[in-house]
Design a protein around this ligand. Structure first.
Ligand SMILES: Nc1nc2c(c(=O)[nH]1)N(C=O)[C@@H](CNc1ccc(C(=O)N[C@@H](CCC(=O)O)C(=O)O)cc1)CN2
Ligand SMILES: Nc1ncnc2c1ncn2[C@@H]1O[C@H](COP(=O)(O)OP(=O)(O)OP(=O)(O)O)[C@@H](O)[C@H]1O
Length: 259
């Protein structure tokens, strides 16, 4: 990313503890706090707290490489292929039994370089499904709001429902659809390094299916894992649907089912 805008020089110090429990009264997710000044500068693919663990450093390097790859592919495609990708993705996601059965879906609005989710969101709304979308907070945690059909600019180039949209209660989502820079077949996920979805997934029930959406070439053999990372259950790319299998504890996995 390009390090735009006015962000604090040492954002990591302002971050909350990362054990999945938000203990700060009135500042937790869905507490209705505004974005304010945005926290960390996720420069060069480094994580928000400037990871120093081996896995954290490996993630930062991988993240930087994947962001370069995405930018190159955006430049190459100039949007046209991404529209057909968007339809194929929407079809795949809608065909999942978990999504067919869902009355409320937490999803997201694609950023440039990501598979476009606009068609999926429109189709879900047209089917009468409640759609919850994230609004990025200053500490990079996410609030959710009901998708009311319109979007306004959020921080860091995101788009989000207007502040007047009803609050979205994440616990009401039957399915959670999230972005990823990369995943592996066991469901390990690499994101943009803000820990936004690590925090969101810590608040999602273990029985709620989590679906990661990304490009075909971003399904990798192995993603380095840290203790706060949460696995996804299903991986969707324009041409593949992968169901992740749990690891056997040695890092080996039993092989995903695919279609
Ligand atoms: N579609 C989508 N929404 C998401 C995420 C995501 O990965 N994808 N996030 C996953 O956690 C959170 C947002 N995290 C972000 C972290 C970094 C940048 C970023 O690097 N932006 C660039 C470009 C900004 C622009 O175009 O204005 C930058 O700041 O340079 C954006 C979002 C919540 N919403
Ligand atoms: N529950 C949490 N609360 C606060 N910080 C967290 C939490 N989980 C992870 N973090 C911090 O967020 C930073 C980024 O984590 P990580 O590299 O796993 O992000 P990511 O999953 O790639 O990003 P994102 O979820 O935003 O797409 C790390 O410094 C980590 O310590």
């Amino acid at each position: 990313m390009s390090g735009r805008g006015s962000r604090p020089a040492d954002p990591g110090r302002a971050r909350p503890r990362h054990d999945g429990v938000d203990r700060t009264p009135g500042t937790g997710p869905e507490a209705g706090g505004g974005s304010g000044q945005i926290a960390p500068a996720l420069v060069g693919g480094a994580s928000a707290l400037g990871e120093t663990s081996e896995a954290g450093e490996a993630k930062a390097r991988l993240r930087a490489r994947l962001l370069v790859q995405r930018r190159a592919s955006v430049a190459l495609r100039r949007g046209s292929l991404s529209r057909s990708d968007a339809s194929r993705l929407a079809n795949r996601i809608q065909r999942l039994p978990e999504v067919e059965a869902a009355r409320c879906v937490a999803a997201y609005v694609g950023l440039p370089g990501e598979p476009d989710t606009a068609e999926l969101l429109d189709r879900l709304l047209a089917r009468g499904v409640r759609v919850l979308l994230p609004a990025l907070r200053a500490d990079l945690d996410l609030d959710f709001r009901e998708h009311v059909g319109t979007l306004v600019p959020g921080a860091l180039g995101t788009r989000e429902p207007p502040a007047a949209a009803p609050r979205g209660v994440l616990a009401e989502a039957d399915v959670v659809i999230i972005p990823a820079l990369a995943v592996d077949r066991t469901g390990r996920r690499l994101g943009r390094g803000g820990g936004s979805y690590d925090r969101v997934l810590a608040r999602v029930g273990a029985d709620v299916p989590v679906i990661a959406v990304l490009h075909d070439q971003e399904v990798l053999d192995e993603i380095p894992m840290e203790s706060h990372d949460h696995n996804v259950k299903i991986i969707i790319t324009p041409s593949r649907t992968l169901r992740c299998e749990p690891t056997d504890g040695t890092g080996e996995h039993l092989g995903p089912s695919t279609s």
